[in-house]
Structure formats: C-alpha cells, structure tokens
Design a protein around this ligand. Sequence first.
Ligand code: NAD
Ligand code: 6OD
Length: 505
Amino acid sequence: MTSGRTTRWPSGLIDGRRSGDLLLPNYVGGEFVTGGTSFAKVSPVTGETLLHVAEADQATVDAAVTAARAALRGPWGAMGEGERAAVLRRVADELERRFDDLVAAEVADTGKSVAQARTLDIPRGAANFRTFADIITATPTESFTTVTASGGRALNYAVRKPVGVVAIIVPWNLPLLLLTWKVAPALACGNAVVVKPSEETPSSATVLAEVMAAAGVPDGVFNLVHGFGPGSAGEALTRHPGVDAITFTGESATGSAIMRAAADGVKAVSFELGGKNAGLVFADADLDAAVEGSVRSSFTNGGQVCLCTERIYVQRPVFEEFAARLAKRAEELAFGWPSEPATMTMPLISAKHREKVLGHYDLARTEGATVLAGGGVPVFGDGRDGGSYVQPTVLTGLGRHARTMREEIFGPVCHIAPFDDEDEAFAQANDSEYGLAATVWTRDVGRAHRAGARLDAGLVWVNTWFLRDLRTPFGGVKASGVGREGGTHSLHFYSELTNVCVDLG
Ligand code: NAD
Ligand code: 6OD
C-alpha cells in the first residue's frame, strides 16, 4: 500500500495564482500514477493555469477496473459491515485532519469562497462517511415466515451483498460533497469503486485518494482516474465491461449518453441530473425570510447548484415589493477574492461556461425580458478580470415558452413572474421538463402539505432551502434523474439482495 503521500496546496492557489509545478496523479490499485498525457487546470478566478493533471488513458482505466475487481476478492471482500463501518469512520477522521488542504484544493479549482468551502463543502465530506457508517450497521434486511403447502413453515431472509465494481462520475460544482455522497455508501455496502471527478475539479478528489491511503482502505478499493467525458476516461469507464454499476451526477444530456453506454452491459444506473427549479412565494409568507431565502437559493455557489431556483413565482399582492427587494439584494452581493471573509460571490467554473451563461443573458433580452439587476460582467481592475465572473442577475417579463424559462442556465440568475392563486402557482412550477427541487414560502401549513403532494419534484423545501438530512431520499423526477440516493435508498442501489428460502419442515 502506498500511504503517506500528502500534497500540500500552496496558499496562492486559493486566489488563482500559480505557485510551483503540481502534476496531479491518478490512483490505481494503491499506487499514485502519472505518465502519458496531461491537461491544464485553469483558475476560474484569474484564468491562470494553476496545475496539470495526468489524464487516464484506456490502459489506466483498465488497470483501475482490474484493481477494483481484485480488491473484492481480497481482505475487503471478507470484511463484515461493522469492519467496513470502522474503515469509513477512519476516512472521516482523516478528512477532518486534511481539512485545510481540502479547503485549499476545492477553492483553487472552483473559485468559491474559503468561507463557503469551510462551512458547506468540506464538512459534508466527513459527514457523508459517518452517516453511511451508521446506516450500514443499523439497517436490517427483511425476513418473512411462509406457510408451505404441507402446512409447515419456511423462512425467507435477504442477504445484502455488494454490486461489485461501481463507476462514480461527478461534476464540478460541489466536487468533494458530491463525490463522497456516492463513495461513502458504495464502500459501506462493500463495493470497490473507480471514480472520475470533473476535469474542472481534479484536486479534492486527489486529496481524497491520499486520505484513503492514509486511512488504510485496502489497495484497489478506491481508484481515481482523471480525464474528460467523451473519448476520454469518462467514456472508457462507462463502456467498460468490468464495471457492474454506474452512478452519475451531471447534466441530463450526459445522463442520456451514459445510459446508452450502460445499455450494452445492462448495467444498473443511478442518475442525479439537471434542474430548472421553481420557488413559490405566497402573499402570506414571511417576506424577509422569502427574500433572503431566495437570495440563497438563486445565488449560492454562483447559482451553480443543481437545486438553485431559476424560476421564482410570486403572488401578485407582494410581487412588486419582492422583485424590488430581490433585485437590490442581488446588486449588494459582495464580490471579493475567495480568501476574503466578506466575499459572497464566485466566478463561473470556466470561460466556456461563462460564455454559455452570458449567452443566456443576451437571449433573455432578445426574448423580451426586463433586467432588474445585473445582466453583465463585473470589472475589477485586477487579476480577476481574467477570470469567469458574471453579475448576479434578476429578470422578469418572460412567458412560459421562452427558452430562458425552460433551459437550465446554471449561473447566478433567476426570473420572477406573478401568479394569482395556489392552483396557478403549482401549475407554473410544474410547467417544466425537469423536476428536481421546489421551494415554497408560506405561513399556511395546509398549503405546505398540498405543495408536497402536488409539486412534480423529488425535493420540496418549505420556508427553507438546501436543508439536508442525509437519511432522506434525494433525487429528481422527469429529466432530473433516475432513482433515489440517500439513507437506505443508497443501500438499495449499491447492494444486491439475495433472498434465501429455507424449508423448516
Ligand atoms: P456534465 O454532465 O458535463 O459532466 C459531469 C461529469 O460527467 C464530468 O465528470 C464529465 O467529465 C463527465 N462526462 C461528460 N460526458 C461524459 C460521457 N459521455 N461519458 C462519461 N462521462 C462524461 O456536468 P457538469 O457541467 O460537470 O455539471 C453541471 C450539471 O450537473 C448541471 O446540469 C447540474 O444541474 C448537474 N448537477 C446535478 C446534481 C443533482 O444532484 N441532481 C448535482 C450537481 C450537478
Ligand atoms: O446534498 C446532497 O447530497 C446533494 N447531492 C446535493 C446536490 C447538489 C447539486 O448541485
């Protein structure tokens, strides 16, 4: 086992300044490996190249899958649930020990604020491992006593087994949070994994590999391959005959491509995909809470959270006041360097993504939108002008058919439209190809429960947003996903159940 590798993240990387020559390796069968081609990781804060990443070729992906398969036949495969839970807790401890490195890695890759990484992204890594250590040891399998034709009894009981080698492919917006959300339950269930982080965010996954080695996770149980999607490590992994199941978080269109690749091997898939989430603000709501909650739900992480609200519907008596207050708050959000404590915004992940988001700002104007706040690019007069920043933007005036109302933008932007009554509000919220999350602001308890029943979304938050209990089902309906993860739902995906029937005579 190769343990003890500890990449130190130069502090300048946090604010997008290159320092030194880091080359991030793949992690295969317990070895950190480079070689072959590499690609550059560019800072979203300044546009400078920060480091390079070894791209896994087909042979490296083959070796990772082979190592994972071998690990299932080794000591890992022989461990019981209690022993695996102990390993997961050691991983959580080690993640906490490497907290500062993980913050630095995550901030360097994404440009998010240090404050956010310290309070949201990185703590969730350890929490994911502790939660699934608890769940795997506390969740029974079912058993039934059956009366046989002869009047005797038979005992049926289910045995939980790992699925095998699981491919985990994740995006760039909450890199460690989303990766560990899948690695933790996969390992809790006894699988071996090959993970591919986004090409935009290779760093925290590399620290996670170091954490796995230091925590004594057996060689081959956790493998990391870096690279892109089509024609690179992502596609090689999803087409690999040695992979038994694929869990993916990312765009709905990528989900379709992966589903096609998975079809050949009849591989199980779990998909957490895109959203065009609605927020509903009723006239009876606490308006201060609704405004502040909508600032969070539309602009957190630069609007780059699948759960962000891009469509807000406001009951007519409070529409004008809500719109004015939200626009004012959007303009007040403080731009700053990631390291500055007061910073409330972040850049988009790349110049390419900024082009897409600015294209949507232009499209909205062409479609007839009124821009209440933002709509352009901030000017700093320093190195951040080379980064991928856009202004938080509030739009109004568009109808249901506008592309701005239907396509996921994945930036700091929302559109506000009025409604008259509850039926209309629910109908507008449901008027989407997506169905991930909805947020409802109301003081009417009955309405809150009706929203849960009538909104076409996997998640409905009432008077809050992105408040998570990791034991609850998480996922989307329509184009927003396939299946549910979270709590015991994760165990369903990451394990196979064998029913044993014993005739007791
Ligand atoms: P993406 O789909 O472009 O990429 C996600 C990952 O898939 C990356 O690692 C990428 O390299 C890989 N990939 C791309 N094409 C592939 C292919 N053909 N085969 C195999 N792998 C491939 O998504 P993104 O731009 O990184 O992330 C933003 C999207 O993710 C948004 O649509 C957002 O809503 C969604 N998202 C959803 C959730 C959720 O829980 N529902 C969470 C976070 C992000
Ligand atoms: O909180 C989670 O478990 C989760 N999967 C969040 C997804 C956020 C999307 O960007």
